[in-house]
Design a protein around this ligand. Structure first.
Ligand code: CA
Length: 228
């Protein structure tokens, strides 16, 4: 993955649907957890709400169904159930090619950050091992007040790395994550690993959209040369 580029100092990755093929598990778990409160939450809802914190996701569903926010105990019950259902499912696979890709970026002295709305400890712990990433380089749901689509998660990452947005590329897969990244003024690549159409990702503001992680990786030298 040869790309010498003095402007590019870091790449920030979203976790679900970018580093791990985990969105199917989230969709199944949310559907089952919401059903405890008789809320119909088909997989499509998981994809359009992807990136929200657990609390915001549950409030979104409550507003759709009951026209009100959820109470704290309802949020706790649903999120606990969702986490339990997730843990019962097979461990999600690492996205094809991403381990090698991240290693090659590191070899070019490009810093790696992970920015996720998730607080799913089991997955966050895996990142450290699977991608040899320092825990301090991961911004998770607990590190921010406002989750995606607010820019706060990515602004928090920029601050932690002491970098400007013009020196960073962000890789996302979901509309709200793309909006968060673009609101932080960063060049944003979308990899379409879910069920939404490419145009949804483009309309959310992605600078480039690829059909898979491997397609993005194949095109990386071109992306890198364009990023000037
Ligand atoms: Ca995602």
């Amino acid at each position: 993955m040869n790309c010498k580029n003095n402007k590019l100092l870091a790449v920030f990755f979203d976790m679900d649907g970018v580093l791990y093929d985990s969105m199917k598990n989230h969709a199944i778990s949310w559907e089952k957890a919401m059903a405890l409160y008789s809320i119909n939450y088909p997989p499509y809802y998981s994809y359009i709400n992807e990136g929200r914190t657990g609390r915001n996701t549950i409030n979104w569903a409550f507003n759709e169904k009951f026209n009100r926010d959820a109470m704290d105990n309802e949020i706790k019950n649903i999120y606990t159930a969702k986490t339990t259902f997730m843990q019962q499912l097979p461990k999600p696979e690492i996205m094809q090619g991403m381990q090698k890709f991240i290693q090659s970026l590191k070899n070019n002295n490009i810093k790696i950050g992970v920015v996720t709305g998730s607080n799913q400890k089991s997955l966050i712990d895996r990142i450290v091992i699977d991608f040899s990433i320092n825990r301090n380089s991961i911004i998770s749901g607990g590190d921010v007040k406002k989750g995606k689509p607010d820019p706060e998660p990515y602004l928090t990452a920029l601050k932690r790395f002491n970098l400007k947005s013009e020196n960073v590329i962000i890789i996302e897969n979901a509309p709200l994550g793309i909006k968060s990244a673009k609101s932080a003024n960063a060049f944003t690549i979308a990899v379409n690993t879910g069920v939404l159409e490419n145009k949804v990702l483009k309309e959310s503001g992605a600078d480039l959209v690829y059909n898979s992680c491997t397609e993005m990786i194949t095109n990386w030298p071109i992306i890198c040369n364009q990023f000037k």
